[in-house]
Design a protein around this ligand. Structure first.
Ligand code: ZN
Ligand code: ZN
Length: 207
């Protein structure tokens, strides 16, 4: 199945750090523990006030979030998300890196960089638990996309704060989601909005 060249197949930003030299890449990797969300700032200067806690499936990797609502939340139907998550679409919530901190297991993570198809720590990359392989987040250069399914919400009202504003890469969908939310063909605001339909043959044709 071919797709128009103007339609990227994944949500990932092509401006990544893969053009750095080998030494520079190694330095970015080695220095990551000095930067959020990998740092655990427990000193008296720490302004971090955790609101939510989350964990991977095996709970070796745990984290906290200090922002009440994500900057944005989306369902992404791109093929990268479908394949890498083994799911019809991905639910991601965007945060500043400083809004999130790992509380355990930050040295027990594995990385995946789609552009180079490698486990190198090249941004943007996918970050997963080394033990249970649960995807934890997509780490960009400035922001991160955390997967709210890992957050231990205390109530339905808390969970609603993470409710997506829209669907992106809806053109690539495995299934129709007639939920009334805006549906973008590609990236939000950079592609056409699609009319919501309920086409039973769509999923059948794709699967
Ligand atoms: Zn795990
Ligand atoms: Zn995606």
């Amino acid at each position: 199945m071919s797709s128009p060249k103007s339609t990227p197949r994944t949500h990932e930003n092509s401006h990544d750090t893969s053009n750095l030299s080998h030494d520079e890449k190694r330095q970015v990797h080695e220095n990551r523990m000095d930067r959020p969300p990998y740092t655990v700032d427990e000193g008296e200067h720490g302004a971090f006030k955790p609101i939510y806690k989350g964990a991977c499936f095996c709970e070796k990797v745990t984290f906290e979030i200090s922002r009440e609502r994500p900057l944005e939340a989306k369902f992404c139907h791109c093929e990268g998300c479908q394949r890498l998550h083994g799911a019809p679409f991905q639910w991601a919530a965007i945060f500043h890196k400083t809004d999130v901190r790992f509380t355990s297991g930050s040295s027990e993570l594995i990385y995946w960089h789609s552009g180079t198809k490698s486990q190198d720590y090249i941004l943007p990359c996918k970050v997963s638990c080394k033990n249970c392989r649960t995807p934890i987040m997509d780490e960009g250069r400035k922001m991160l996309l955390l997967f709210p399914t890992l957050v231990k919400f205390g109530s339905a009202a808390e969970k609603r704060r993470f409710h997506p504003s829209c669907h992106i890469f809806y053109e690539r969908r495995a299934i129709d989601v007639p939920d009334g939310l805006p549906k973008w063909r590609g990236h939000k605001g950079e592609s056409e909005e699609m009319v919501e339909t309920m086409r039973e043959e769509h999923g059948g044709a794709n699967i």
